[in-house]
Write a protein that binds this ligand. Structure first.
Ligand SMILES: Nc1ncnc2c1ncn2[C@@H]1O[C@H](COP(=O)(O)OP(=O)(O)O)[C@@H](O)[C@H]1O
Ligand SMILES: [Mg+2]
Length: 256
């Protein structure tokens, strides 16, 4: 297993986000995380990336328990596990090239030379189908292009694991489909392991090897997309057939 969450607990004050999260992810797998709003999807990604500490339990990445690492050691983990933030915005004052270089400059401060940075930026923009737009400004780009540049910025780190937090939110169906194809292409060409948080069932069904639904502080259901297409479980059906219900509604359904 590349990633293992073992009996992880996490709360913020009175709010228990996870009271028993256990989950395993194999190298090369693309796993989609589903769940109602506020169910802890972003917290799951942030715990794996070391941005939010777990209260207890074990989170192993490549055999190493990341809950035991110091902040400087976590910087190394964040190179290997890159996080595409929910609603990640570009810096309007920087051109596209500098936006894509941003994470590299942060992670490889003074250790990566300009030519190497330029080359990585070029390669990352090519990977998202936007070659040669380094000198454009974010204000010149459509919403869909901005998302792809944000994706290029994360890819530039050449991680082993990509964490996508709602990568298609706010996009029309054409751009959603384009991002879905990119996620699949990244998996197939680069062999990356990916965790994708999404509200969009089209994304979940088209990119996943496996789907994991979280709620009530743990994993509620996991399995191949086929299981989610056919499950009679009312809470899961409501989620898939309708829009994602709010957490309270989900709780009602689970108790009924
Ligand atoms: N840094 C934080 N401080 C306090 N509460 C937080 C923090 N991050 C998340 N939460 C709370 O944890 C719960 C899960 O959040 P989140 O993982 O962002 O939900 P979602 O599934 O919508 O991504 C929410 O109730 C949220 O308010
Ligand atoms: Mg979120």
């Amino acid at each position: 297993m590349l990633v293992t969450f073992e009996r992880v607990k996490k709360r913020f004050g009175e709010k228990v986000v996870y009271d028993d999260l256990s989950l395993e992810i194999r190298r090369g797998e693309t796993v989609t995380i589903l769940g109602g709003s506020g169910s802890g999807k972003s917290v799951l990604l942030k715990m794996l990336n070391g941005l939010i500490p777990a209260d207890s339990g074990r989170i192993a990445f490549d055999g190493q328990d990341i809950t035991k690492l110091t902040e400087p050691e976590l910087v190394g983990v964040r190179r290997r596990i890159a996080y595409l933030f929910q609603g990640a915005a570009l810096f309007d004052s920087l051109d596209v090239g500098e936006n894509v270089a941003y994470g590299l400059r942060e992670q490889y401060w003074r250790t990566m030379n300009e030519a190497a940075i330029r080359e990585r930026v070029q390669r990352s923009l090519l990977a998202v189908g936007l070659p040669g737009i380094e000198r454009m400004k974010p204000s010149d780009l459509s919403g869909g292009m901005k998302k792809r540049v944000g994706l290029a910025r994360t890819l530039a780190l050449e991680p082993e694991v990509m964490l996508y937090d709602e990568p298609t939110t706010g996009l029309d169906p054409v751009n959603t489909a384009r991002i879905n194809r990119l996620i699949l292409g990244i998996r197939d060409r680069l062999g990356l392991t990916s965790l994708v948080v999404t509200h969009e069932m089209s994304t979940a069904f088209s990119v996943s090897d496996r789907i994991v639904m979280v709620g009530k502080g743990r994993v509620l259901l996991e399995g191949p997309p086929e299981l989610f297409r056919t499950t009679p479980d009312p809470a899961v059906r409501a989620f898939i057939d309708g829009q994602a219900p709010a957490e309270e509604r989900l709780e009602d359904l689970l108790q009924s």
